[in-house]
Ligand binder design. Structure first.
Ligand SMILES: [Zn+2]
Length: 384
């Protein structure tokens, strides 16, 4: 069967698996594993801690470092409260577009990889080709973090990773990280008329927020020279501040929801170290002087590493050559790419479809985008 038709056939099957992040992705993973095993790949499945989901890691060729990794997440975002023109889980072709939940984000890329697998199987010799399909990207990149642990344990580092998130086949070499936290303050309640007998959680939360605001300013001055991010520095946002119950009661609880979008992992460490110091050396001793059980806990909602643009990047070099693009760009959205970069791989994000169509009603993948992706994946075979 012709490559494009085969890709569409696979994509139709992938769309029919409603792999919402809240549900199991195992049927999709088993389906992909079957196709990869059929062309001789060694396939490893690794279950999520809850047991309902799995990552797939497959290899064509020798089990050595330096291979090429094609990676995509298998989960999709919900369709709740979205007004779709057709069933989101039945792929439909209209006006040169393939409609369905996950067509561009990012089952189109996964379908293209699976359709190319038999070709790669015939091409591989010394340099392996790997496939990684993960779970739970949309809710915090948990699958990719799990995969990274597995790869580390196995001692295997692919040389190049291509993350097929929708970039309209532009080569993306960087995006900021996204780190989200809730900091909880536990004090001691009491009567408003005797503030010294209680520990006012709101007051400590405010001092914490004041420190965050100072850090926010300092990060501006730390922006790397020639940075291309918009804005070029690490940003901090205090999104929500809650605490207390009434005018005349010492607040026993407070919560600060905040995030930072680091341009380098160093900035994230800088912020976390400064906050830890503030808590350990300043806030906690004062709180515990009154009430030994008072405390501050930092709850990590998610830490999705950024993709730092690198001077040397073989993935960029290969993909610029294959796509014919003049240069690589940056994007504002986060991906799993930084997790693979942290393992020592050269990484770019490059995939079919547009992020503008992702997560929306009537999500679609334009057929010409899929065509472009297949052309690039065919050319990629030369590097095996
Ligand atoms: Zn995605």
């Amino acid at each position: 069967m012709e490559l494009r038709a085969r890709t569409c056939e696979i994509l139709r099957d992938l769309i029919a698996f409603p792999t919402l992040s809240s549900d199991s992705n195992q049927v999709l993973i088993a389906y992909a594993a079957g196709l990869l095993e059929d062309c001789g790949a060694r396939v490893d499945l690794s279950s999520s801690p809850c047991g309902a989901k799995a990552n797939l890691f497959a290899t064509l060729g020798p089990e050595v470092d330096g291979g090429i990794l094609l990676s995509g997440h298998s989960d999709v975002v919900p369709v709740t409260d979205q007004d779709w023109s057709s069933d989101p889980f039945v792929m439909e072709e209209r006006d040169g577009r393939l409609y369905g939940r996950g067509t561009c984000d990012m089952k189109g890329f996964i379908a293209a990889c699976l359709a190319m697998a038999p070709t790669y199987a015939a091409q591989v010799s010394t340099r392996p080709m790997h496939f990684a399909f993960t779970y739970d990207e949309e809710i915090g990149c948990f699958g990719a973090q799990h995969l990274a642990t597995d790869l580390r344990a196995r001692g295997l580092t692919p040389g190049v990773a291509i993350i097929g998130e929708p970039t309209e086949m532009r080569v993306i070499e960087g995006h900021k990280g996204c780190y989200e936290y809730s900091t909880h303050f536990h004090g001691l309640e009491g009567h408003g008329s005797a503030p010294d007998l209680g520990v006012n959680a709101v007051e400590y939360a405010v001092r914490y927020v004041a420190e965050l605001l100072q850090l926010k300013q300092r990060l501006r001055d730390m922006a790397p020279a020639g940075g291309r991010f918009e804005p070029p520095w690490t940003t901090v946002n205090v999104g929500a501040l809650q605490g207390g119950v009434a005018h005349n009661v010492i607040a026993s609880k407070a919560q600060v929801d905040w995030e930072m979008r680091p341009v380098t992992a160093r900035d994230a460490d800088f912020v976390k170290t400064a906050l830890r110091q503030l808590c350990e050396e300043d806030l906690l001793p004062a709180m515990r002087q009154i009430h030994p059980d008072a405390g501050i806990t930092l709850e990590t909602i998610g830490e999705v590493a950024g993709l730092e643009p690198m001077a040397e990047n073989e993935a960029r070099q290969i993909m610029l050559e294959l796509t014919g693009a003049n240069g690589a760009d940056l994007v504002a959205f986060g991906t799993e790419a930084g997790i693979f970069q942290a393992l020592g791989m050269n990484v770019v994000v490059c995939g079919p479809g547009s992020i503008a169509q992702a997560h929306k009603a009537d999500e679609y993948l334009a057929l010409d985008q899929l065509e472009q992706c297949l052309t690039v994946l065919q050319r990629l075979g030369r590097h095996l």
